[in-house]
Design a protein around this ligand. Structure first.
Ligand SMILES: Nc1ncnc2c1ncn2[C@@H]1O[C@H](COP(=O)(O)OP(=O)(O)OP(=O)(O)O)[C@@H](O)[C@H]1O
Length: 277
């Protein structure tokens, strides 16, 4: 498998002396769905900002497809067209006078204009159901609409890697579903998706791999179900065991289900196990 993004011994300290990342080495494989978990302040957002070249680590390096990131203007522009980040707070991302301008901005920066750009922007606006508010100033949008636009902002660039910092935070069920559907379909087209989340149920259902952060360090990483079956690890990192796994274990302990069954990723699968017995 090709490592699309890799960090080697990354250390990042903010100006006020906060050491947010300490010796972080991770690798993300092409087409994988990776979820970062960890308590507030454990360093997930800082790592994401480093992966996109917004922050430059004091030590260590980052490789995109085996090439170290170049921090020149040209290098960063190239990196950001391939590795897109959707911020936790859309207000940190959106700044154009209108939604349409906002979504066109990245393409213009890459020198894509004319009919090509118009077509790409229109397609994404259609897909993300943005048409009804396309002429609105971004600062007048609702939280959910801002999130739709900030994702469209990145999707229009057709990046190889998309990083989403807490994609569903502050979203209602309709907007959560829209974003989740997109996150599910992107890897099918070869896009590598990385998210951070506090929602363990969602991480279990969505992710192939989980990386757990604690105090700026990688505390654990592995296949999603292995991480969530490890009660001791979850306890040490204050993570809740996903509800479906809790119930699955309980049913296994009572002899209702066989421990040999694959760990269910959601309640639909668990229901099938139960009905099938
Ligand atoms: N601009 C900044 N200046 C100083 N310290 C910062 C800054 N941004 C973040 N930090 C600190 O860096 C540490 C890591 O924060 P970071 O936002 O990366 O964590 P996180 O895991 O993404 O948290 P959350 O789950 O709450 O989003 C925290 O101690 C935080 O207070």
């Amino acid at each position: 498998m090709l490592n699309v993004l890799k960090t080697e011994n990354l250390t990042y300290t903010y100006e006020d002396g906060t050491k947010a990342l300490n010796n972080v080495s991770i690798s993300i494989e092409k087409g994988d769905k990776t979820a970062f978990l960890g308590a507030n302040g454990s360093g997930k957002s800082t790592l994401f900002l480093c992966l996109n070249g917004i922050l430059k680590p004091q030590h260590g390096r980052i490789l995109f497809k085996d090439q170290p990131i170049e921090y020149s203007r040209k290098g960063l522009l190239g990196l950001r067209s391939k590795v897109g980040i959707v911020f936790q707070d859309p207000d940190n991302q959106l700044f154009s006078a209108s939604v349409y301008q906002e979504i066109s901005f990245g393409l213009m920066n890459l020198g894509i204009s004319g009919q090509d750009a118009v077509k790409k922007v229109e397609t994404i606006m259609e897909e993300m159901k943005i048409q009804p508010f396309r002429h609105k100033p971004t600062h007048l949008l609702s939280g959910g609409q801002k999130k739709q636009v900030s994702l469209a902002d990145i999707l229009v660039m057709e990046p190889e890697v998309i990083i989403l910092d807490e994609p569903s935070s502050a979203l209602d069920p309709k907007h959560t579903k829209m974003i989740n559907d997109k996150l599910n379909s992107l890897p099918d087209s070869g896009v590598t998706v990385i998210i951070s989340t506090h929602d363990v149920d969602y991480a279990l259902e969505w992710a192939d791999k989980v990386i757990v952060f604690k105090d700026g360090e990688v505390f654990a990483e592995g296949k999603t179900e292995d991480i969530f079956m490890n009660k001791e690890l979850l306890k040490q990192t204050n993570l809740r065991q996903p509800s479906v796994i809790k119930l699955f274990i309980h049913l296994c302990e009572r002899g209702i289900l066989s421990r040999n069954l694959p760990v269910p990723q959601n309640f639909d699968t668990l229901e099938r196990y139960i009905i099938g017995t």
